[in-house]
Design a binder for this molecule. Structure first.
Ligand code: NAD
Ligand code: ZN
Length: 353
């Protein structure tokens, strides 16, 4: 679990005080990985106090993180620093948070990031790393994984060394998120709750966090009386609790299928989950009904027909990526999931999207 966390509007201003005691030497800088949407936005960057050799590296989140991108960043950091950095600080959405986690791991572990995709393959503790979300929903700020697309799979580096050493939750940082993106990433959290609460891996630990997050999502997306600030605060905590819920259980059908879309078509996680979940009433009847109500309330139009023109070969790639995520299917459908979710059934589902 994340050992240290601060929450509150304006808490980002405390970052300098948090980092100061963690500086190893004047030659060991802090490296900030910042979403390049903030490059021309002084709201965030003017509040980062750089000392000695500290650097900001702006990274585009247009595409989701790749193992090769992590390797390149690690090399860039090794070349630009005199000593191993004192820490890596990720500032942005799930993309930047996952990159920060992966870079922190790969600075102390040999080889390439793709070698560590899987469960508990990381040998050495990562360097100190801090996560600061600027959009709410993925739960990447709290999770034990960093999801990466590699040469032959989309899979996380899941390990005890992956979670952040420190998280700063400042809901004010989410104020400029575009509305559609707010919905897609927020729905990632909602879908985490539905998949966790309806999964066979559910236990009291996950259930308590999942129920809390689900209530917060309902308030944010279907409630009538929240101010914008309350809504930002609550969605940030929903993301945290939704993430806590899946840390100790698993996600399900929507995530397994959306990984396939992302691998083949590059569909981003939040919108991909929404496109898939919209067609999953067979598996999550109540969850999907509520999702449709939220979609309507916020006037969200999802893309249609994204799989309509795919060849059989392409569909087969998606199907094999999706079916390889065995724990997700077992959580969703039980030990005999292979009898329910056959390649043929999965193809029919994809073709609806
Ligand atoms: P994202 O990080 O790609 O950000 C979405 C968009 O919002 C980007 O265009 C970004 O520039 C913009 N944005 C972010 N904050 C903003 C702000 N304050 N103002 C204006 N624009 C802002 O998207 P996401 O949905 O947060 O994350 C998706 C990624 O998270 C995927 O790579 C997915 O695999 C990963 N993920 C990881 C976990 C985990 O447990 N590690 C869980 C779920 C998802
Ligand atoms: Zn997710």
């Amino acid at each position: 679990m994340v050992p240290r966390i601060i929450f509150g509007r304006g808490s980002f201003n405390q970052l300098g005080d948090i980092l100061a005691p963690k500086r190893l030497s004047i030659n060991a800088p802090f490296i900030y990985l910042v979403d390049d949407v903030f490059k021309s936005n002084a709201f965030i960057t003017s509040r980062i106090a750089l000392s000695y050799d500290d650097k900001i590296i702006y990274v585009s989140s247009e595409e989701e993180p790749k193992t090769s991108q992590v390797d390149n960043l690690v090399e860039e950091i090794i070349l630009m620093t005199k000593e191993r950095p004192s820490g890596i600080i990720g500032i942005g959405g799930g993309t930047m948070l996952d990159l920060a986690k992966a870079v922190a791991i790969m600075l102390t572990n040999e080889g390439e990031a793709k070698d560590y995709q899987g469960w508990d393959l990381v040998k050495n503790p990562a360097i100190y790393h801090v996560g600061i979300p600027t959009i709410s929903g993925t739960g990447a700020e709290v999770s034990r994984t960093t999801v990466l697309t590699g040469p032959d799979k989309k899979l996380g580096i899941n390990s005890d060394y992956t979670p952040f050493d420190q998280v700063v939750l400042d809901p004010e940082l989410t104020k400029n998120v575009p509305k559609d993106q707010w919905f897609y990433t927020g729905m990632d959290c909602y879908i985490h709750c539905i998949e966790s609460l309806n999964g066979t891996y559910l236990n009291a630990f996950s259930q308590s966090y999942g129920e809390m997050a689900l209530e917060l999502c309902k308030e944010v997306f279907l409630g009538e009386k929240l101010s914008i600030k309350e809504s930002q605060d609550k969605l940030m905590m929903a993301s945290w609790h939704g993430g806590m819920s899946i840390v100790y259980s698993q996600v399900g059908v929507a995530h397994a299928m959306s990984y396939g879309l992302s691998y083949l078509l590059g569909t981003k996680h939040g919108i991909g989950n929404c496109i898939v979940f919209d067609h999953l009433e067979e598996f999550y009847p109540e969850g999907v009904a509520l999702f449709k109500a939220m979609k309507e309330k916020h006037d969200i139009q999802l893309p249609k027909g994204i799989c309509a023109n795919l060849s059989d070969q392409e569909l087969d790639v998606m199907i094999s990526i999706s079916l390889s995520l065995e724990p997700l299917w077992e959580n969703a459908l039980g030990k005999n999931w292979k009898k329910v979710m056959t390649p043929k059934k999965l193809k029919e589902l994809y073709k609806k999207m």
